[in-house]
Design a protein around this ligand. Structure first.
Ligand SMILES: *Cc1c(COP(=O)(O)O)cnc(C)c1O
Length: 231
């Protein structure tokens, strides 16, 4: 089932790229494996999947040693400063930087470990009260501020769009994140690139790709529905 699901998602990404005149190789599919057992990640691995997204530090760290070393791990969930030390140097990209305090901690830990951590700034484009993320109007100043920290490199932006019945309803949100990234590029801030736009989930990744997503985070569409009841 996982194999068919991955193939379907990749085909849909292809279609969305065609619609937008983009190249499929410019879109990275991240398999969001939160709550799913290692056996399912391995099944995806055997289908060629190498990018995995987790939203909890503990779960990510538990899974890492049980899986092949050539996997790239993405931290996509809200990150507490006291957990930063467990993932710095072990993740491809931290998608969810949403406070100065968090950026400072990632910087401190990265310097200690002598690594550069690639990060994205999470922006609450939809202005949802329940969501984390910097407000769009604060994003430029925020990026300017954290760009001066040693040991971290701002690679782009991330957003979580609301759950909607019709993915078209989120098109404006994705478009606004893209626009914001262009505003930031035009500021020519040292040590900042905007090559990464992490947006789009199972329900709306095609629209996100049409609007410029470079990284889509797909969980349910690959591994099936999540069951939280046991936890
Ligand atoms: C769970 C999660 C996803 C994947 O959601 P699906 O709807 O299952 O594809 C993507 N991004 C973040 C930040 C998540 O927490």
């Amino acid at each position: 089932m996982i194999k068919e699901n991955i193939n379907t998602v990749l085909e849909n990404i292809d279609t969305a790229c065609k619609n937008a005149g983009r190249k499929p190789e410019d879109v990275c599919l991240i398999a969001v494996s939160k709550t799913k057992p290692v056996s399912m990640l391995l099944e995806a691995y055997d289908c060629g999947m190498r990018q995995y997204g987790e939203n909890k530090v503990q779960e990510m760290c538990d899974k890492m040693p049980q899986l092949p070393q050539d996997i790239h791990w993405h931290m996509i969930g809200h990150l507490q400063t006291n957990k930063v030390k467990y993932i710095v140097g072990r993740t491809e990209l931290i998608h969810s930087v949403d406070s100065i305090k968090l950026a400072e901690e990632i910087s401190r830990e990265s310097c200690k470990k002598n690594v550069i951590s690639n990060i994205l700034v999470e922006v609450n484009v939809a202005r949802e009260e329940s969501k984390f993320g910097i407000m769009p109007e604060d994003a430029v100043a925020f990026v300017e501020m954290i760009s001066r920290l040693p040991g971290i490199c701002v690679k782009g932006l991330m957003t979580i769009a609301p759950f909607v019945e019709n993915p078209e309803e989120n098109r404006e949100i994705f478009r606004n994140l893209k626009k914001l990234s262009i505003d930031i590029i035009n500021k020519h801030i040292d040590n900042v690139s905007m090559n990464v736009l992490s947006m789009g989930m199972t329900n709306d990744y095609m629209v996100a790709v049409e609007e410029g997503a470079t990284h889509v985070r797909v969980g349910t569409g690959i591994f099936g529905e999540r069951n939280y009841r046991k936890e």
